[in-house]
Ligand binder design. Structure first.
Ligand code: ZN
Ligand code: ZN
Length: 48
């Protein structure tokens, strides 16, 4: 059973499914930029 995990992006509050580390490609791409806001635009994400 995979437990829901928070997106590995610091500012992102989304929960990932499927055992992924990031909720979206956007989060994965921005991890190297030390972004303090999340731009995934998911509903419920408070990282922006
Ligand atoms: Zn997000
Ligand atoms: Zn995310």
């Amino acid at each position: 059973m995979a437990e829901p995990k928070k997106c590995a992006h610091t500012a992102c509050t989304c929960v990932c499914s499927d055992g992924k580390k990031y909720c979206s490609q956007i989060c994965e791409d921005s991890k190297s930029m030390m972004s303090i806001k999340c731009d995934c635009k998911h509903e419920g994400c408070s990282g922006r």
